[in-house]
Design a protein around this ligand. Sequence first.
Ligand SMILES: [Zn+2]
Ligand SMILES: [Zn+2]
Length: 574
Amino acid sequence: MDGQIIISHCGGKSAEVDDSNERALIDDQFKDDNPVRCMLNNWQYKQPIVMIMGSKCPTSPTKMPHRYQVLDWFMITHAWTEPDPFSGHVRFKYRFEKVGLQESSWWAPQGMPGKNEEYLPAVAIEERECATCNKKSPRIYEEGFLCIHSTCQQFWKLDGQSAAHNLHYTQQFLRARHPVPPNYVVPSPLAPSIDGLLLDRNAELGNAHRDFWKGIVCPACGNCCARTSWKGWVCTCGYSREVGFHVTYTASQLREPHRDRYVGAPIPAINNRYNIPVKVETNGATTIVRYDLGPAVGTVIHVQNSDELNKKLGMDELLQRYQDPELPFKRGQVTTMCGTSYTRNFALNCGAAYHYVVDQDTVKMEDAPVVVQNVLSMLNEQVGKLCPGHRDFNEVLSLAYLEDMRMNYHTDDEVGLGPVVASLSLGAPARMGFRFRAGWKQNKLCHFPGLDVDDVKSGIPQFSVTLNHGDLLIMDGAGIQRYWEHSLTRVEGLFRIAATGRYIDPDTHEAASRPFGPTPAQRMAITSPKSETTVPTGEAQSTYMEDFFTHLHSIPKKEKSRRKSAVPTASATS
Ligand SMILES: [Zn+2]
Ligand SMILES: [Zn+2]
């Protein structure tokens, strides 16, 4: 790569070659592979794409300051296939060219194309027809013309012999610059201003809109900052920007518009295709649904109240108080393969320390915000009535979900966790799915009475409940965490609170925080100093594209049916 050209491959299917740092393909890449199709679409339909580079890129012309950095808008000028040097499998390769050639490339050192005017304007890359397949190929390598069509007998051959792999790109291939087609207009600035759009959105939808929990580009230093603080964005450089809580959502704004406004006991929606023993009971304006998952597992209890009763119980007020900008909500930090990331939702843990999926800062219950203390006493009172022998909770984890937030399948299985976990839902509705954990099939203990084991489809929830404002969901029984996992699909609305009470035994639950390990700076730098150069003009787009698309590397028909039959069908596994 240089300041304007990047030649690269992508599309997966590679693995490390035994104990070396090299990676090799473990299968051919085919035109119908999703990553390949995406790139070819970009090429064929002339879609500009943004290139992001990691600091470990071996051909980077300068030392990259951050783990990941945004380069610029690029277009694909050439795509071709060639055999992988290690395995011989066919891989797709691409030549990217920067769209805005008049802009100086911040990652290019002095004297490199992209830093100054050193490029050959409007030079097309030479193309020649293959004598065997009569299809055109671009001249890519110094060593000679190679047919790039994987279906041709002369594919990757020089004078009838398979070409070596340590080939050199021609100067023309490296230096040519193509005129930017009219539809390659840069579609948006790489560092959008946060002012205009966010202020509009705020007036319209309030601060829970997705735009408000996405990251911003710091206007002071160019870092990409995730929103980790409840109040707004904070950059490592010291810049901060408050979200501005101008809108407080009410329960009736957030409710599912087609749900009945119950005066008496709500009618529960029960989705029970696996014959789980379910008991429905009403008590005044309250409906209680119990899903009996077996004596060794436990019972999931779903409590729903009428709107009026919710108001009387103080649910509407709790929802309002949870929207206080001063609450110490934070997004939890998680270490991923690519560096530091954050949980989607904002969390506030009060009472005993609870390690959860990620470490939480914990506020002592006596110092906890009043709203959390109120939730704790409400949970203890209600759960005490429904679960005989309930031991009072000593911890409340409050999670704030903004627009489009969700939580993947997980369990609350932690050392020292009491058998009862109860969660209060406030605000917008969300669906909670329950499914078996891996290994359930062999474990008779986790089979509820009435379960037809052969009827269970793996992966999808075995049952789910919709949690509306004021609903209480109780998981009564340690086996529910051991044999089942639960998830929260997308929140249907702008703002939702889940406040979950637990009893945590401080002696057995490890008090120390789990170490995060080193936190790699996952910041991206964006600078684009301008320099004055001219852009090539004229018609110089490659013409072999059509030939390439007519015979793209695809799975042979025979192979295709073999692969298909090797994949177990749904009916064979269930
Ligand atoms: Zn050929
Ligand atoms: Zn900054």
